[in-house]
Design a protein. Structure first.
Length: 239
């Protein structure tokens, strides 16, 4: 099996130039499924911190880069939405966040914000012992004691303890960001959720500071004000 991926066929979320070269690195096994971007691509093509795979391997072997608070063993480890990248020697921390057009970008954050990670709850199941298992957007699972969560909610999970430290409910009035589609990267509050019959996707109407947009429910994630720049206007502010 090849370790390379043709640039022209990578997912639209990958932040790589498609016509400069024929191949790029192929994501290894791990979270985020097919949308996950190999760590080496982020280090080389996005940040410019390494020139090649060997330098990327040295960086992770010496804990020069941490993902969600932990060491990484594979330069092709998939990186995806809301992952936290930390560079201890540089004292730099980033959250993976969608840019316009749905490409994954890096948002600088402070060290305190890098201690935990936001995740979207895709669905939940009851496991043996009566505990609830939350199935999260990146393919990981989380056991919780209380069954107070619903699909499309968001949770903030501490990187070290794996405990839920914040819970944001999905519903009208919730602050959300679009993570895919033509409005990817836009932030606003849910004005209305239109439930569609059968298997059709529900439609979400979102009010922004300068207008509104509609998208499918799958494309929005509940966030909190920490994801918004301090001087940004939000719908509903001042009311």
């Amino acid at each position: 099996m090849t370790n390379h991926q043709k640039r022209l066929s990578v997912p639209k979320s990958w932040p790589v130039e498609r016509k400069t070269e024929t191949f790029t690195a192929k994501a290894g096994a791990g979270p985020h499924g097919e949308s996950g971007v190999p760590l080496v691509v982020v280090l080389r093509d996005v940040l410019g911190y390494v020139d090649d795979t060997s330098e990327a391997q040295y960086a992770i072997n010496t804990d020069g880069v941490l993902v969600n608070g932990g060491s990484v063993g594979d330069v092709n480890r998939p990186i995806g939405m809301f992952d936290i990248l930390a560079f201890p020697e540089r004292d730099e921390h980033y959250r993976v966040f969608p840019d316009e057009g749905g490409r994954l970008g890096l948002t600088p954050i402070d060290a305190d914000a890098a201690d935990s990670k936001l995740s979207k709850v895709e669905d939940k199941t009851t496991v043996s012992g009566g505990k609830t298992q939350l199935n999260l957007h990146d393919g990981t699972n989380l056991l919780v004691e209380e069954d107070v969560y619903s699909g499309n909610d968001s949770v903030v999970v501490d990187n070290e303890s794996n405990d839920v430290v914040a819970h944001f409910e999905y519903g009208e009035g919730a602050l959300v960001t679009a993570v895919a589609g033509q409005h990817a990267g836009d932030i606003g509050r849910i004005d209305e959720i239109s439930v569609q019959p059968g298997s059709a996707d529900n439609t979400v109407y979102v009010e922004t500071a300068d207008g509104s947009f509609e998208t499918v429910e799958e494309y929005v994630v509940v966030i909190d004000e920490n994801f918004v720049e301090d001087d940004a206007d939000l719908p509903g502010d001042g009311e």
